[in-house]
Design a protein around this ligand. Structure first.
Ligand SMILES: *Cc1c(COP(=O)(O)O)cnc(C)c1O
Length: 364
C-alpha cells in the first residue's frame, strides 16, 4: 500500500522507554526499575490535584467542558494575561502541531537549533517543510540571525531552556533577537522547563506576558508535564496575541483535553508551593550530579532544567552505557541520535539518584 510521500523520511519519535517494556524484556520487577528518561517530576503531582481528580471521576460519561473556562481562568490569573491569549493543547506537543499547520506549508523553511526538541522537525516533515538548523550546540542567536536573513524561514523555534542540553538563553539576548525579526515570521519560544530556569536565574527567566506585550509575532509554549508532575494528563498551552490564537483554534479538534486533565491542570497551577518545593529539591539533588561527574572526569552542561546532560569522554560510549544501565533497570536517554556522545538523565529523588551513581560507577 502506498502512503503519503512525506512520511518516507520521518523517524518515529522514540519516547523514553516505558517501565512496562523493561519489565517484559529484561524480566526485572517494576518496583526495581528507575526511569530517569522523560524529565517527569519524580515527586509526582500536588496532593490537591489527586484529591480533585478523585472527586470528579463520576463525571466521565459527559464530554469535557470544551470552553475550558476553569483552566483558562487559572492560566490567565497565573500569567496575568487575558483568555483570548490562550490555547490549550493535549500537551504543548499538540500546540506545536497546530502552529506548524497554521503557519507553514511544503514551501516553508523552519529554523531551529542544531540540537533541540525532536518534535519540531517531525511536525515540520508532516507538512513537507524544510528544516534549517544552526551549527553550534548551544543557541547562538547571532547564527540564528544570519540564517534568518539568508533563508527567510516561516517559523523560528527557540527552546529555552533547551531540551536535551539544559542550557538557557538570557532574557536580554532573547528580547534583542526577536526585536530584529520581521512581523511576518513567527517566533516560537518553548518554555517547557521555564519554571526551573526562573527559579535558578532571573536573567534566564522570561514570562509570556513580557513577550506578548512586546511582540505580535511570538507564541510562548508551556506544559504541565514537567514541573507540575502531570505527564500522564497531557496538558500544555500556547500564549500569544489573539489573532494568532484564533488561527490555531481552527485546527483544534473538539474536546482535545479530557475532563480529568482539565481539572488536574487547573488545580495544579494554583498550587505553586508544591511546584516550588519540587524545584528547590531538584537543584539540591542536581548538585550531587556535579560532584559525581567531577569524580568521574565527565563533563556536565550547566542545566536550568530538571535533567542533566552528561558528555562522556572518548573512552566511553553513550549507547553502550545507556544499554547497560537499562539491563540493570535504570532508564536514561542516550543522545547519540542527536550526534552527541552523551546521556541525558532526569534528576530524580535522592534514592533514585543514588542508584544512578551506584550503577553508573560500576560501568565506568
Ligand atoms: C516535554 C517537552 C514538551 C512538551 O511536552 P508535552 O508533554 O507535550 O506538553 C515541549 N517541548 C519540550 C522542549 C519538552 O521537553
Amino acid at each position: 500500500m502506498k502512503f503519503n510521500k512525506k512520511l518516507e523520511n520521518i523517524k518515529t519519535y522514540e519516547a523514553g522507554k516505558p517501565i512496562e517494556l523493561v519489565v517484559r524484556e529484561f524480566g526485572i520487577e517494576s518496583t526495581e526499575i528507575v526511569k530517569l528518561a522523560s524529565n517527569e517530576n519524580p515527586y509526582g503531582c500536588s496532593t490537591k490535584v489527586q484529591d480533585a481528580v478523585g472527586a470528579i471521576v463520576k463525571k466521565m460519561s459527559l464530554y469535557p467542558d470544551d470552553s475550558m473556562t476553569r483552566l483558562k481562568d487559572a492560566v490567565k490569573k497565573h500569567f496575568d494575561i487575558e483568555v483570548p491569549n490562550i490555547i490549550i493543547g493535549s500537551g504543548s506537543d499538540q500546540v506545536i502541531e497546530f502552529i506548524m499547520h497554521a503557519k507553514a506549508d511544503s514551501n516553508s523553511k523552519i529554523l531551529m537549533n542544531s540540537v533541540t526538541f525532536a518534535m519540531y522537525e517531525i511536525y515540520a516533515k508532516h507538512i513537507g517543510a524544510q528544516v534549517i538548523r544552526t551549527a553550534s550546540q548551544e543557541h547562538d542567536l547571532d547564527e540564528f540571525y544570519e540564517l534568518y536573513k539568508a533563508q527567510k524561514p516561516e517559523i523560528i523555534f527557540l527552546c529555552t531552556p533547551n531540551n536535551p542540553t539544559g542550557d538557557a538563553i538570557s532574557t536580554t539576548d532573547l528580547v534583542a533577537f526577536i526585536s530584529k525579526i520581521d512581523s511576518e515570521t513567527l517566533v516560537v519560544v518553548d518554555g517547557a522547563y521555564m519554571e526551573y530556569a526562573a527559579f535558578k536565574d532571573k536573567n534566564k527567566s522570561i514570562t509570556p506576558k513580557e513577550l506578548i506585550e512586546k511582540f505580535d509575532n511570538v507564541i510562548y509554549l508551556g506544559t504541565f508535564s514537567k514541573a507540575y508532575g502531570l505527564g500522564g494528563m497531557r496538558v500544555g498551552y500556547g500564549i500569544s496575541n489573539p489573532k494568532i490564537i484564533k488561527e490555531l483554534y481552527k485546527l483544534r479538534p473538539p474536546f482535545n483535553i479530557t475532563t480529568l486533565s482539565l481539572e488536574a491542570a487547573s488545580v495544579a497551577i494554583e498550587d505553586q508551593e508544591f511546584v516550588n518545593n519540587c524545584i528547590a529539591l531538584n537543584f539540591e539533588e542536581m548538585n550531587r550530579y556535579k560532584e559525581f561527574v567531577n569524580e568521574k572526569n565527565i563533563d556536565i552542561i550547566e542545566s536550568y532544567t530538571n535533567f542533566v546532560t552528561l558528555c562522556l569522554n572518548d573512552a566511553q560510549n553513550s549507547t553502550q552505557i545507556s544499554d547497560s544501565l537499562l539491563r540493570k533497570g535504570m532508564i536514561v536517554r542516550d543522545l547519540s541520535g542527536y550526534g552527541m556522545n552523551a546521556i541525558r538523565v532526569t534528576v530524580g529523588t535522592k534514592e533514585q539518584n543514588t542508584r544512578f551513581f551506584e550503577l553508573t560507577s560500576e560501568l565506568l
